[in-house]
Design a protein around this ligand. Structure first.
Ligand SMILES: Nc1nc2c(ncn2[C@@H]2O[C@H](COP(=O)(O)OP(=O)(O)O)[C@@H](O)[C@H]2O)c(=O)[nH]1
Ligand SMILES: [Mg+2]
Length: 364
């Protein structure tokens, strides 16, 4: 039986994993291959899964814990894809606050499932703004030392560090950042890519195909620091049904909501790791991501028509208390809906600090 190529792409919250995987999926599909994706989060109702679905890809979701703690679910999700899609390639995105994935996911997959999967080298994506703050300047970028520890461990365990979003850098800036990263992570191959424009993808895919071995960098990870770092990030996921007698501008509402949340978090202050808002109506979808507190507002997808009903999914990962985060986000939504005369029903609300990671397997 031909082995399925299994590609895991990690990286901190907001580094561009989902965007990269969608582009990779399209690339392999254009080559005539069948592709399945696996998304993962600590909670349910993922904007990522929703996005991957509207892009038309086959996806399985693993909610309620990371791949390392839900290793058997990861294998089951892959089995489901095999039954449904018969994939040549499986693309998997771990939770952006997770590390130690080589020891807890890649090695166990390689050991226990070597007949089914050919595991590709492990790529970890890096956002240039976070790189500038947390690697070059040695600052904490609004996070604590524990979160910075996770961020660095993610990169250190990679086979490939891919500096993503190079479309946002001038060529000279990109070159100097890549040089610095090569010195900082000598055990990894360092490349530049743009998941938005596709720049560097051919090169990346070639390295993924030809690099010998995968998961070459097993780390010593201090699970107390790792657990503390994860627990410092407040998590909030919910769905909301919006309805009104007269059609309202969903785009305007989404924009106002994002600005209100951003401004309240800046007042605390609490650094946004990743805030994702997806609003769908019968007309189409609007999506906004913020991957830093200082980032300007930018629509990822935009539907400018008016509608009298809409469904909103909110996923927020912020360096603050989850209860406060929940009160602040739902409060902002309530206030805006009241002002616009829009009825609101919030469902499936989950807010928490991620629990201590307890991997099913750990290879040393
Ligand atoms: N400019 C630019 N933005 C990107 C790129 N890749 C991802 N993004 C944006 O970064 C944000 C987070 O991306 P996402 O894929 O959800 O990150 P994830 O949390 O790592 O999965 C989104 O607004 C994306 O549009 C890129 O190569 N260039
Ligand atoms: Mg994602």
């Amino acid at each position: 039986m031909k082995k399925i190529k299994f590609i895991l792409v990690g990286g901190f919250l907001g580094a561009g994993k989902t965007t990269a995987l969608c582009r990779l999926a399209r690339y392999y599909i254009d080559e005539g291959l069948r592709v399945g994706l696996i998304t993962n989060d600590q909670a349910n109702n993922l904007v990522d899964t929703y996005l991957v679905k509207i892009e038309g890809f086959n996806v399985e979701e693993i909610p309620g814990g990371c791949f390392c703690c839900k290793f058997n679910d990861l294998v089951l999700a892959a089995d489901k894809l095999i039954t449904k899609v018969k994939p040549d390639v499986i693309l998997a995105e771990p939770v952006g606050s997770c590390t130690d994935l080589v020891a807890t996911v890649i090695k166990p997959l390689k050991f226990y499932h070597k007949d089914s999967y050919e595991i590709s080298p492990y790529t970890v994506l890096l956002d240039p703004k976070r790189a500038k703050d947390m690697i070059i300047s040695g600052a904490l970028s609004g996070f604590s030392r524990n979160v910075a520890y996770i961020f660095m461990k993610q990169l250190e365990e990679s086979d490939i560090v891919a500096l993503n979003k190079i479309d946002t850098l001038k060529p000279a800036q990109a070159a100097s950042m890549l040089n610095l990263l090569k010195k900082k992570f000598p055990k990894s191959k360092v490349i530049g890519i743009s998941s938005r424009t596709g720049k560097g993808f051919d090169h990346w895919i070639k390295i993924v195909r030809t690099m010998k071995g995968c998961g070459r960098n097993i780390l010593d990870v201090d699970y107390d620091i790792y657990a503390s770092g994860e627990a410092e990030l407040g998590w909030l996921n919910f769905i909301a049904e919006l309805s009104a007698k007269a059609p309202f501008s969903t785009e305007k509402l989404l924009k106002a909501l994002t600005l209100k949340i951003k401004s309240s978090l800046n007042d605390i202050p609490a650094e946004i790791a990743h805030l994702k808002l997806a609003l769908s109506t019968g007309l189409g979808n609007s999506l906004i991501h913020l991957t830093r507190s200082s980032q300007g507002l930018e629509f990822f997808k935009r539907e400018s028509g008016k509608s009298s009903s809409a469904r909103l999914i909110v996923n927020a990962r912020v360096h603050t208390d989850p209860k406060l985060l929940c009160a602040l986000v739902t409060g902002a939504l309530n206030e805006l809906c009241k002002k616009e005369g829009v009825g609101l029903r919030i469902k499936s609300k989950q807010y928490f600090r991620p629990g201590r990671p307890v991997p099913v397997h750990r290879f040393v």
